[in-house]
Design a protein around this ligand. Structure first.
Ligand code: HEM
Length: 229
């Protein structure tokens, strides 16, 4: 008991929690992107996939609760770490000593906050159908005769709106920025690779950030430009 409390109280314990909860979300974003990319294969494919997810029933709820816990844990731990850092250094440096730190690392709190905004909007639009009920209300008949929620139509109608499509692209830039720094810190925190590998870790993190950026932006952009209808 004391051991686990000590773990949560220590800085390294908090960093490990940040790393694990962040990794859960990173894994989700990659899987979610691969699933969503089926939009390029047409309505039958994407809607069958969406139905498969829905049919997972209780398992889907386990995944949703896991994501929520990881999200809340990530944000709360980030706030605690920030407070700890500020109290350890009550007087800010006279000169900006963070010149060496990358732009991504210096803006983690802001990109994180923007991602929270994105997530609230995204769920209200695509999962709950609050922001655009007209995008959400369509049904599709699969080849096997099942009548399902037309997720394909929802995505197409959403990204045909330039404001929505461009906002997604902007949010995805922040997501890539957040990931590109977070993955490097995660691998360093967990001590998976020796410090001499830091430059390689940074390259891999930037590459993964770019992959998520390209994959996720390809959907709004190709729909907005009329390549996918
Ligand atoms: C262009 C990029 C994206 C597209 C096209 C997209 C599409 C979708 C769609 C269509 C749904 C609803 C699925 C359904 O009702 O069957 C959904 C749900 C969701 N998306 Fe995304 N998404 C994108 C990016 C993201 C990102 C970057 C995140 C996280 C940072 C995210 C997190 C979620 C979550 C948490 C849900 C709710 C899943 C559930 O509880 O069922 N999405 N997304």
């Amino acid at each position: 008991m004391t051991l686990s409390l000590d773990f949560f109280r220590s800085s390294i314990g908090k960093k490990i929690i940040m790393a694990i909860t962040g990794f859960i979300w990173f894994g989700f974003v990659i899987l979610h992107m691969v699933g969503n990319l089926q939009v390029f294969q047409g309505p039958e494919k994407l809607n069958t996939y969406a139905k498969f997810l829905k049919d997972l029933g209780p398992l889907l709820w386990v995944a949703r609760i896991g994501l929520l816990v990881a999200f809340v844990g990530h944000v709360c731990t980030a706030i605690l770490l920030k407070l700890e850092n500020s109290s350890a250094r009550p007087v800010s440096y006279a000169k900006n000593s963070t010149i060496q730190a990358s732009f991504a690392s210096r803006t983690m709190a802001y990109s994180g906050l923007l991602l929270l905004t994105f997530l609230i909007y995204h769920l209200a639009h695509f999962t709950l159908g609050y922001t655009n009920p007209d995008h959400y209300s369509h049904e599709y008949i699969l080849k096997n005769g099942d009548v399902v929620h037309d997720v394909y139509a929802m995505v197409i109608l959403g990204f045909q709106d330039p404001t929505i499509a461009i906002s997604y692209v902007v949010f995805m830039v922040f997501l890539a920025l957040h990931f590109s720094h977070a993955l490097g810190s995660m691998l360093q925190t967990l001590g998976i690779l020796a410090p001499k590998h830091n430059p390689t870790i940074q390259k891999i993190s930037t590459g993964l950030g770019l992959l998520v950026l390209i994959g996720n932006c390809s959907m709004p952009l190709s729909i907005l430009l009329g390549y996918v209808r």
